[in-house]
Design a protein around this ligand. Structure first.
Ligand code: HEC
Length: 119
């Protein structure tokens, strides 16, 4: 059951990505569905326990990633690599391609939210 829900929400996301690719990507990094797919996996493994399922959290105790400014790519890379306030550094665990994948996933979630496709 759980697996099914995950499957459905992943395919919804991939559909959204292909839509946004047609509408024109963004940079850096350009959205690519394989990259976002790996961002989802990495997010579930390393970030979800603090930032919430599909980035849904109140923002009261952790940063609400749905509100992170998507044009501040450098800040994202730096905060994730070196840590930020109460967030531990991930630079020893994640390489730059993996951090890019996480960024791409975050932007995808934000775009889905803007279109009213996620709660
Ligand atoms: C142990 C809990 C924890 C984990 C794991 C964690 N974070 Fe965070 N994260 C936080 C907290 C707490 C903050 C808010 C820090 C503050 O504003 O005081 C934060 C803030 C952030 C910010 C905003 C930084 C800024 O510049 O304002 C980003 C981006 C972020 N996290 C991304 C991630 C990503 C991506 C992962 C997975 C690789 C991750 N976090 C894993 C706890 C965590």
């Amino acid at each position: 059951m759980n697996g099914f829900i995950k499957f459905v929400s992943t395919s919804t996301l991939l559909l959204l990505i292909s839509n946004s690719l047609v509408a024109g990507g963004l940079n850096p990094p350009a959205l690519d569905s394989a990259q976002v797919e790996s961002g989802i996996q990495l997010y579930q493994q390393f970030c979800q326990r603090c930032h919430g399922t599909e980035m849904r959290n109140s923002g009261a105790s952790t940063f609400d990633l749905r509100k992170f400014p998507s044009d501040e790519y450098d800040r994202f890379v730096e905060s994730v690599s070196e840590g930020y306030e109460d967030m531990p550094a991930h630079g020893d665990i994640l390489n730059s391609g993996e951090i890019d994948a996480l960024f791409a996933y975050m932007v995808t979630i934000q775009q889905a939210k803007q279109k009213g496709n996620t709660p």
